[in-house]
Structures are given as structure tokens and as C-alpha cells.
Design a protein. Structure first.
Length: 182
């Protein structure tokens, strides 16, 4: 132990005891300040990489209008694209609770509208006057949708270019009319 301590002092480093219970104790010669700094940097980096995806909630009603449905569903798509989970809550009032199939139709429309960016994590279930479902982001579906949109954009550009070249080409002019035909 004193020998290791003298070596560490000569190298201007620290002697760090790794396993004190071992016989003989295990020590390491290192720059302890640098070690602590690098450990803090690694911890900071791992915290940065871990996503803090929160659960957002969107509330629907069975008698929702098409404009409101579209607005709320666009917001759900936005949340899913950001990587958040979305809890879809369908609220029933009065006699609406006797018709859960109306609620299921709304939730099915939401799932269909968000199929490009998310997937169902918890299927629809009714709890009293509410029916809930949880959607989560689906990276594979998002990538496939991006590729499909890119392909559609290429096709649209190709068709526009073809239409432009067709418009530029004028048909051949008719030859001069026959003088004998008049």
C-alpha cells in the first residue's frame, strides 16, 4: 500500500481504493477529479438520451361534429409525431352510456386517422361514463408514411413535368389549305 501511494505521488495522480474488503485491498492509480468529471458527463448524456414521453389526453364526445373531430385528431397526430403517448377519452352523458358502439365508432375513426403515426397500446374499454384508449407513437409506421409521402411527391413532380412538356409541344400546323378547294 505505501509503495502504491509513492508511485501515485510520483506520477502526480491519486490512489483510489477499489475493493477494500479484498485481501490484499485492490487500488487503482488515476486522476480522481477527471474520473468524477467524466462520470458526471456520462450521466448527463444518458439523461439527455432518455426520452421523457409524457401522456397527453384528448377528450371526445359521441356526438362530435366533423370539424371538431378533425381538429382534435390533428392534435393527436401532432402529439404522436412528437413522441408522446395519447390517452383518448370518450365522455358519455345521460343515455349515451347505453350506446357504447357509438363511442367505439369514434375511437375506430381516431385509430384509422392516426395509423400512419401511432398504434394502439391499450384497447378501448369503458369505465363508468368514460371509454378510454391509449395510443403510442410507432416509429416504423412514421418512417413508412414518410417514405410513401416522398414517393408521392416524386410522382406528382414527374406528372407535373410531363404535363409541362406536353403543353410546350404544339401540334404541327395544318398545311396551307388547297387552292383548288374554294
Amino acid at each position: 500500500m505505501p509503495e502504491a501511494l509513492s508511485i501515485a505521488r510520483q506520477l502526480d495522480l491519486d490512489l483510489v481504493e477499489v475493493a477494500d474488503k479484498a485481501n490484499p485491498p485492490v487500488c487503482r492509480i488515476m486522476d480522481y477529479g477527471k474520473y468524477k468529471y467524466e462520470a458526471a458527463q456520462r450521466a448527463k448524456e444518458s439523461r439527455k438520451k432518455s426520452s421523457s414521453a409524457s401522456v397527453k389526453e384528448m377528450k371526445y364526445r359521441p356526438k362530435i361534429g366533423p370539424g371538431d373531430f378533425d381538429t382534435k385528431t390533428r392534435k393527436v397526430v401532432h402529439f404522436l409525431e412528437e413522441g408522446h403517448k395519447v390517452k383518448i377519452t370518450l365522455m358519455f352523458r345521460g343515455r349515451e352510456t347505453t350506446h357504447p358502439e357509438l363511442g367505439r365508432k369514434i375511437l375506430d375513426r381516431v385509430v384509422e386517422a392516426t395509423s400512419d403515426v401511432g398504434r394502439v397500446e391499450t384497447s378501448a374499454r369503458q369505465e363508468g361514463r368514460q371509454m378510454t384508449m391509449v395510443l403510442g407513437p410507432d416509429k416504423q409506421a412514421q418512417a413508412a408514411a414518410k417514405a410513401r409521402k416522398k414517393e408521392e411527391a416524386k410522382e406528382a413532380a414527374r406528372l407535373a413535368e410531363a404535363a409541362a412538356t406536353d403543353a410546350d409541344q404544339t401540334p404541327d400546323e395544318d398545311p396551307a389549305p388547297d387552292a383548288s378547294a374554294g
